[in-house]
Design a protein around this ligand. Structure first.
Ligand code: 2HA
Ligand code: ZN
Length: 274
């Protein structure tokens, strides 16, 4: 028995807040979007009994690199709209088993179900980001309207796409100097898209899935959210400009000005892009 109260856990409250904001932004219609957030064992232990495993869930891909790591994740088929009012049905706190072949459910998904259908993309991306950043915590996926729109009308090369985003809002190059990556269109929910996403996560924190949405990463929910928010804002400006009656950009931030920005803010733009 435990007298700990899971609902006091800041990581559960944070997930309730951020998913509600994302839904209100129109980024997570129906069951669209998913989040996984790596947690400190000691933090989890303050609110949950680590020995009280509700059930074990098999994985379709091994993640030995994440053995014994704790995560809070959104549930497969659950609606972001409903997480705030029903977190125990829609979220899950899990621990990856020692052999990386299954996860133990410690809290949530009380009405059954599994973690997000995009767990392969999430876990494979966590593995890559942790190699680069030991403070890495969050993988966030959502259906940002204007980023999706832009993938229909813009050159899909990562270089061209990045440079347009950088030029739509002055601070973009400072927020994501490494630029964005884009995959080819792929079937979601598969190990193949997971592998392709994780590969791009080695040197980008934003990976766009054309005609679908975006993946962002960071050291906190705020970090990943604000990265996505910045790219989506730039895409929104682009879509406003692109639908202007003349369809023609009269002036923009030049390549030289992008370099000036980078120098002024002390960031190094991706040399493949600028
Ligand atoms: O969970 O967003 O990509 C629904 C999705 C799948
Ligand atoms: Zn999606």
């Amino acid at each position: 028995m435990t007298n700990k109260n899971a609902m006091d856990a800041p990581f559960i409250q944070e997930m309730m807040d951020i998913t509600q904001i994302m839904w209100r932004n129109g980024w997570d219609e129906r069951n669209g979007g998913n989040i996984s957030y790596r947690l400190d064992k000691d933090e989890v232990a303050k609110y949950l009994d680590l020995n009280d495993v509700k059930r074990s869930i098999e994985l379709e891909f091994p993640v030995k690199e994440l053995a014994n790591e704790y995560f809070i994740v959104t549930g497969s088929g659950k609606f972001f709209k409903n997480i705030q009012k029903n977190p125990e049905d829609t979220l899950a706190v899990v621990k990856v088993a020692e052999d990386g072949m299954s996860i133990d459910l410690l809290w949530g998904l009380v009405n059954g179900g599994r973690p997000t259908s995009e767990l392969a993309s999430h876990f494979m991306s966590h593995i890559e980001r942790l190699k680069i950043d030991e403070n890495h915590r969050v993988i966030m996926h959502c259906h940002t309207t204007n980023v999706i729109a832009m993938t229909f009308v813009h050159d899909p090369s990562p270089k061209a796409f990045t440079k347009t985003l950088w030029k739509m809002c002055t601070e973009c190059i400072v927020v994501f100097p490494e630029g964005v990556s884009l995959l080819p269109w792929m079937v979601p929910g598969s190990n193949a898209i997971g592998e392709a996403t994780a590969k791009e996560m080695k040197d980008h924190r934003l990976v766009i899935w054309p005609h679908h949405g975006i993946f962002g990463t960071g050291e906190s929910l705020d970090d990943a959210f604000s990265l996505i928010e910045t790219a989506e804002k730039a895409a929104e400006v682009y879509m406003l400009v692109a639908s202007h009656h003349s369809g023609e950009i009269k002036q923009t931030i030049t390549d030289e000005e992008l370099q000036e920005l980078a120098d002024a803010f002390g960031v190094v733009p991706n040399p493949n892009y600028l």
